[in-house]
Design a protein around this ligand. Structure first.
Ligand SMILES: [Ca+2]
Ligand SMILES: [Ca+2]
Length: 200
């Protein structure tokens, strides 16, 4: 059995493959346990350290920076072999790219990230919108369900132990879904800067 195929379920049990997990979920269909069983992260279940309050505060800062960097990388790939971004997206990222070159790329300290967010707030608006649109596809209804969040959380949880708590806190009304407004506000985007046009 390939170690890399193992997955950890939200019941904190290791399954040999994601198929086995979904088979278990199928077998439990109609039960509360089945309803609550999801793929938590890739790899066997392991002890994930508790996310501390100060780490949780830092998390959106690092996540925003990460989203921005992902977009900038796509932009660079797109410059040599087009197709990664639509012309509209390209135009938006171009502005970020030109500003970002003034900063030094790389691993920034939390203090620097806080400062950068205050100073270059506008640069972060689009990456937060972009990631929401990437995830909100099944269906596109401006709400993220647990399974829509999975592509983001599943590969990251083993490295980013604050992700589960972050999403829990993001879900301000605790209905197990993250609306567009909940998403933008947990990344520090002001209400007046929420723009549905940026989702296309
Ligand atoms: Ca959706
Ligand atoms: Ca919610």
């Amino acid at each position: 059995m390939n170690e890399f195929e193992h997955v950890c379920g939200t019941d904190n049990k290791t399954y040999d493959t994601s198929c086995k997990l979904f088979a278990a979920k199928c077998n439990l269909e109609g039960t509360k346990r089945g309803h609550k069983l999801h793929l938590d992260y890739l790899g066997p279940c392991k002890l994930i350290p508790k996310c501390m309050k100060n780490e949780l505060v830092q998390f959106p800062l690092r996540m925003r920076d990460w989203l921005k960097n992902v977009l900038l990388q796509l932009y660079e790939h797109d410059s040599t072999s087009p197709g990664f971004l639509t012309p509209k997206q390209r135009f938006r990222v171009k502005k970020i790219f030109e500003n970002e070159r003034l900063l030094h790329a790389g691993n920034h300290s939390v203090e620097l990230l806080v400062l950068d967010f205050e100073k270059n707030y506008n640069m972060y608006i689009y990456p937060v919108h972009w990631e929401f649109a990437q995830l909100d596809q099944h269906p596109t209804d401006r709400i993220l369900s647990y399974s829509e969040l999975a592509p983001l959380r599943v590969p990251l949880v083993p490295m980013e132990h604050c992700i589960p708590l972050f999403f829990q806190e993001c879900d301000a009304d605790k209905d197990k879904q993250i609306t567009f407004k909940e998403w933008t506000s947990c990344f520090g985007i002001k209400d007046e800067d929420m723009d549905v046009n940026l989702l296309f």
